[in-house]
Write a protein that binds this ligand. Structure first.
Ligand SMILES: [Zn+2]
Length: 341
């Protein structure tokens, strides 16, 4: 596990002493390790090795079942559309919550606990949330629920007040670098800074050529927009706003662009002010061109705006098309910018 070690150690040690809450709220940005910590906590509770260790031994049958999502006492509740991409179930439904509750009412089959992981809890439909409240008010004695979400503010206050909050923090680049080096060799260290505190991003960049290529394409999209006129920019905004019928997936597509672009703009703004601490040294050429074409003040404004819009996309139901049109109007213009492939 990269990062969150202190959180996990504290949780694990308490769990070993029998100090386990019935419900937790694991919150923090995507790819920061929420699902991994939930899995480790489940392993801590269900591990059959002696002496028991915080995080589980990782090798006993119970630990391996949890890892492979085949343990009968661990249930993952998630949007059906994520399991069946052709389906149209965009929220976690009340039926899913009821099924989970029936399960939870029974005694554990193999271990001492029944564990439910809800990911992303902000996807619970209104009815599902109200139904879940019943379980939180009177949880079965062997029940442990973990509600995972990057946007805890979207949960009902009555739900949140019954959860033990576990806020996740961004992980230091050095710690990510070391984790990558251990797993993939020293070459992989270079993905640590790019991940901006999120180990999940670093891991997928280090392990997956497709993730790297996708990222390059998203970055090039930014530079291409900056060098194109309003007609093309508006066409791009409409395309992206209408690209995906599933609102959440579309917002994720917008959010990831805004996040990456804000980092590109921040690099340019920092370079324009003489700082030499690029998050994306591999884009030094494009950064230099931006600095030449756009005023330092504009670059700072752009980096801040992109980051603010990104938070708007996550936290509120903004109108995607309006936001993207505003974005293309605010993007600086640098006709001469050349993008490396
Ligand atoms: Zn184990």
């Amino acid at each position: 596990m990269i990062g969150q070690r202190r959180l996990l150690a504290r949780l694990g040690e308490r769990a070993l002493e029998g100090d386990v809450a019935h419900a937790y709220e694991l919150s923090g940005p995507r790819s920061i390790g929420k699902r991994t910590v939930a899995t480790r906590l489940a392993q801590t509770l269900l591990c059959t090795s002696e002496p028991r260790v915080a995080g589980g031994c990782g090798t006993c049958l119970a630990c391996r079942k949890v890892e492979h999502a085949t343990h009968p006492d661990v249930r993952l509740v998630t949007r059906r559309v994520d399991l069946d991409p052709g389906g149209d179930k965009k929220m976690i439904s009340i039926e899913q919550v009821r099924e989970m509750q029936q399960d939870l009412a029974l005694r554990p089959l193999e271990g001492g606990w029944r564990i439910v992981i809800v990911d992303d809890a902000a996807d619970l439909s209104e009815h599902a949330e109200v139904a879940l409240l019943k379980t939180l008010e009177e949880p079965p004695v062997h029940a442990v629920l973990m509600l995972l979400t990057p946007t805890p503010s979207r949960l009902l206050e009555t739900i949140r007040s019954r959860l033990v909050p576990l806020p996740f923090r961004l992980v230091a680049a050095m710690e990510i670098a070391e984790g990558l080096a251990t797993r993939f060799g020293p070459e992989a260290r270079r993905y640590a800074t790019i991940a901006a505190g999120r180990p999940g991003v670093a891991l997928s960049l280090a392990a997956d050529e497709t993730a790297r290529r996708k990222r390059r394409i998203t970055e090039s999209e930014f530079y291409r927009l900056v060098s194109s006129g309003l007609t093309d920019r508006f066409a791009w905004a409409v395309d992206l706003a209408e690209s995906e019928r599933d609102t959440q997936k579309r917002n994720e597509a917008i959010e990831s662009r805004l996040r990456e672009w804000s980092e590109l703009a921040r690099d340019a703004a920092a370079a324009a002010h003489g700082a030499d601490r690029a998050v994306r040294p591999d884009r030094a050429n494009e950064t230099a061109q931006l600095v030449k074409a756009v005023s330092p003040r504009e670059l700072v404004d752009l980096a801040l705006s992109l980051d603010r819009w990104r938070r708007d996309v996550i936290e509120s139901n903004v109108n995607a098309r309006m936001l993207l049109e505003l974005l293309v109007l605010r993007l600086p213009y640098a006709a001469s910018l050349k993008v490396a492939a």
